[in-house]
Ligand binder design. Structure first.
Ligand code: ASP
Length: 422
């Protein structure tokens, strides 16, 4: 992507025009037109990103792992990656809990507004609760079992099973290290070329990002709920946005600055296209190809590290989601007059960490897993209805933090392993 500066401005323009068009369509009653003729372009953009995600994970991870040449390097990279991911997630939830206790947004919800929200969104909340319950009913080790596919090919055909593709790719990469290197060479060369090809396809798809961003934002605004409901939730939304802003403008850039010589401005500038795509699509999985391209080609992270750290991060490391879950759980409790003590909040810290790891990298997944956090803390799950009106815009913003955190950790791990070209 040669003209990256132009690209992020183009996406930004697409976003702004999309918001403008969405507002006009609400004013003039064009919602039907937007749904039939504009929204599909956004869906096509997301589909194009998703279609390349599994091949990208497979090819880059097989190549990345086999290039390590030594299994000790793989385990040291694995330990660092998991360590950083846990640290950033816990920091994110801690930040969220501090803010929600400081500002107490739940106390701004009056009883009549609470009833309106519970009534308007009760049905939607019930659907999420049902989805979450089927996850809980499966038994504690089911998430672990789900990483191991019984059919390799079936795993590659299901976007919701990215961890299975990651597992198979790591296994094949390790196999390539262990077999005779003469025999491994043609396979490695093949994956090397395929990797370049896939990265080029990502570049091509990104050329349509401004149009995709326009279509996604226009349809989102056209379908937005009434402004009265949104206004009632401003204090809660403000808390989430403030928390995400702290992570994005202070925590990640400072971590990167302290441990590498990538400056604040460079980190922001190079991450912006991925952040804008995350914002438009609300999906870390759909954004993964762009995140990979940004950190490898613009921030200097070696392919071996990026191909290992980022796909895993996209599926398990969700700081924005965990921060949101912490704030949302305490907000719902406050709005319903439930007192949460320190031990309850430490419980939320633990369950939100697990829930964010378990959340799929798709729009709205964080809210489904929030049901589990609420259940564990003894907060009525129906309280989910209180926050649904603003979930989509907050999802867009928390996805930015999710992908930025993955990129940040890939830089930190690469720097420690001397795999960062700056
Ligand atoms: N949309 C988020 C992501 O894909 C997950 C969530 O918080 O709902 O990263």
């Amino acid at each position: 992507m040669r003209n990256s500066l132009a690209l992020h401005w183009q996406i930004m323009l697409g976003l702004i025009l999309g918001i403008g068009f969405g507002v006009l369509s609400v004013q003039f009653g064009w919602a039907g037109f937007v749904k039939d003729w504009i929204k599909p372009w956004g869906t096509i953009f997301i589909n194009c990103l998703k279609l390349i995600a599994v091949p990208l994970i497979l090819v880059s991870l097989i190549k990345g792992v086999s290039d390590l040449k030594d299994l000790r390097k793989l385990s040291s990279m694995g330990i660092r990656t998991v360590g950083w991911y846990l640290l950033t997630t816990v920091t994110a939830i801690g930040t969220g809990l501090i803010l929600v206790n400081l500002f107490k947004p739940g106390h701004f919800i009056h009883a009549d507004m609470r009833e309106t929200l519970l009534q308007s969104y009760g049905e939607g909340a019930a659907t999420r609760i049902q989805s979450a319950q089927s996850t809980v009913a499966q038994g504690p080790l089911q998430p672990l079992i789900d990483i191991f596919p019984d059919n390799m090919m079936a795993a590659f055909t299901d976007n919701t099973k990215m961890l299975q593709s990651i597992f198979v790719a790591i296994l094949l990469g390790i196999g390539l290290i262990l077999i005779d290197q003469e025999k491994a060479k043609p396979v490695k060369t093949f994956f090397d070329s395929l990797n370049d090809l896939i990265m080029k396809v990502v570049d091509l798809i990104m050329l349509t990002a401004p149009l995709g961003a326009f279509a996604l934002l226009a349809s989102l605004i056209a379908e937005a709920p009434s402004f009265d409901l949104i206004r009632a939730l401003l204090s809660y939304s403000g808390c989430v946005v403030l928390g995400l802003t702290i992570l994005l403008t202070a925590f990640y850039p400072v971590l990167v600055r302290v441990f590498t010589n990538i400056g604040y401005k460079k980190f922001w500038k190079e991450m912006l296209p991925a952040q804008l795509v995350a914002f438009s699509t609300s999906s870390s999985a759909a954004t993964l190809p762009v995140t990979m391209e940004r950190v490898q080609e613009h921030l200097g992270v070696d392919e071996e590290v990026a191909s290992f750290v980022l796909p895993i991060g996209a599926t398990v490391n969700m700081d924005g989601t965990s921060l949101y879950q912490g704030i949302a759980a305490v907000f719902i409790a406050q709005a319903m007059g439930i007192h949460l003590g320190l031990s309850d909040q430490l419980g939320i810290l633990l369950t939100a960490t697990l829930a964010s790891i378990g959340a799929a990298a798709v729009p709205g997944a964080g809210m489904i897993m929030l049901v589990i956090v609420l259940g564990a803390a003894g907060i009525p799950e129906a309280g989910l209805a209180l926050i649904m009106a603003v979930d989509r815009p907050l999802d867009m913003m928390r996805t930015i933090a999710n992908v930025t955190s993955d990129a940040c950790v890939s830089i930190l791990v690469a720097s420690k392993l001397k795999k960062l070209k700056t």
